[in-house]
Design a protein around this ligand. Structure first.
Ligand code: CA2
Length: 163
């Protein structure tokens, strides 16, 4: 009954910490991924990370997540947020619950960034909180999965519970 999380990052997020710190902060993607894995491990879960600059590679990783028993996805789709019907279709097809994260507040930026192809099928969206947004999303995912597991256990033992 492990809690298996997948952290996905889309195009250009490999550049985090190297350019535009005023928009995206100064934390590197490696730091974010390391902190996320430690956070999941401390709660008894597992977290795998994947970043790609290629839409198809992200879609393939989402498909693989289904067979690998991933319980929840935290995704910053980068610029694909605003363009990719295919990424939306992949997330909808595998039906793995996901949280959408953006470092910047996309609603305070150019108009084209204010539309997301994913938000309406996400559990929730965090934006504008920098790297802290990933930590909050993973915390929420872990808490939600732990309470689901507790409810499953209670259900399995329902005949032995004395009310
Ligand atoms: O705010 C976010 O997290 C975004 O998803 C980042 C995307 C952008 O297209 C979205 O509208 C909002 C861009 C990622 C680019 O990452 C860079 C990191 C460092 C330096 C340059 C780009």
């Amino acid at each position: 009954m492990a809690k298996n999380l997948l952290l996905l990052n889309g195009p250009n997020l490999n550049l985090l910490g190297t350019r535009e710190p005023e928009v995206y902060g100064s934390t590197s993607l490696a730091d974010i991924e390391q902190a996320a894995a430690a956070q999941a491990g401390a709660a008894g879960g597992n977290l795998a990370s994947f970043q790609s600059n290629h839409e198809g590679a992200l879609i393939d990783r989402i498909h693989a997540a289904k067979t690998q028993g991933i319980d929840m996805i935290v995704i910053n789709p980068g610029g694909l947020t605003h363009t990719s019907v295919a990424l939306r279709d992949a997330l909808a097809a595998v039906a793995i619950p996901f949280i959408e994260v953006h470092l910047s507040n996309i609603h305070r930026r150019e108009e084209f960034r204010q539309r997301s192809f994913l938000s309406d099928i996400a559990i929730g969206v965090i934006c504008g909180l920098g790297a802290e947004g990933y930590r909050l999303a993973i915390d929420f995912a872990l808490k939600t999965l732990i309470s689901t597991i507790c409810m499953q256990i209670a259900y399995n033992f329902r005949d032995f519970i004395v009310y």
